[in-house]
Ligand binder design. Structure first.
Ligand code: PGA
Length: 236
């Protein structure tokens, strides 16, 4: 089970460190086998001393080691903090920051060459969901164009755009159907994301083929994130 927290544009260096330390203390104490992932802002990355089951990863990077890309962070800068997991294709990067499919594929291939874990995010906007499951799947499969599904460190996060940060969660049946169809072609961990909260995480983790969750808003307090790790521990 993977329980991941995407900080987005929240927390400072200080509060990020406190968060990581609190989660680490819990994981150590409870002998948890849950894989925790924390994606802070790039300014808060650091060489955190972490348990093997916790990774502090990057929300974003530019597909280069270094170079002239004003305002961007390359891999050389991530490696300084031993970053071993990255998010790619998050809906806010696709839709708000207007990242093209071409850039996303470049980022994927670059990260793959570096050998890091890639949490690759896909998901449909509201109008596609309203058109039904087949429309959702053809939209989602298109987001896999050029993406190597056999990369051994691939994790896929299904995150319907209309459910992200809105308080609206996809129904368990909808999540189940999409994960089932993804599972037909993808033999990698499958996460769900989109308004996951402490009180629905257990039911979501119970869905067939669900190997974890990627959480934004409801995970930004360490206590809540720890509750979600606990919920994952209880799933058989
Ligand atoms: P949310 O965000 O939990 O706030 O909906 C999820 C995500 O963006 O990964």
């Amino acid at each position: 089970m993977i329980i991941a927290s995407n900080f987005k544009t929240n927390h400072t260096r200080k509060s990020t460190r406190e968060f990581v330390e609190q989660v680490e203390a819990f994981v150590n104490e409870s002998n948890s086998t849950v894989e925790a992932r924390i994606y802070p802002t790039s300014t808060a990355l650091d060489k955190f001393v972490t348990d093997k089951s916790i990774k502090v990863g990057a929300q974003n990077f530019y597909p280069t080691q270094n170079g002239s890309f004003t305002g961007e962070v390359g891999f050389e800068q991530l490696q300084e903090f031993d970053v071993d997991s990255v998010l790619i294709g998050h809906s806010e990067r696709r839709h708000v920051l207007k990242e093209s499919s071409e850039l996303i594929v470049n980022k994927y291939n670059f990260a793959k060459d570096q050998g890091v874990e890639i949490v690759y995010c896909v998901g449909e906007p509201k109008e596609v969901r309203e058109a039904g499951l087949d429309a959702v799947m053809s939209y989602v499969w298109e987001q896999f164009d050029g993406i190597d599904l056999n990369y051994d460190r691939l994790v896929v996060a299904y995150e319907p755009v209309w459910a992200i940060g809105t308080g609206l969660t996809a129904s368990n049946d909808d999540i189940k159907e999409v994960l089932k169809r993804l599972r037909d072609k993808i033999n990698k961990p499958l996460l769900y994301g989109g308004s996951v909260k402490v009180d629905n995480v257990g039911d979501i983790l119970d869905i067939e083929n669900c190997d974890g969750v990627l959480v934004g808003t409801a995970s930004w307090k360490a206590e809540a994130f720890i509750q979600m790790i606990k919920a994952a521990q209880n799933i058989k």
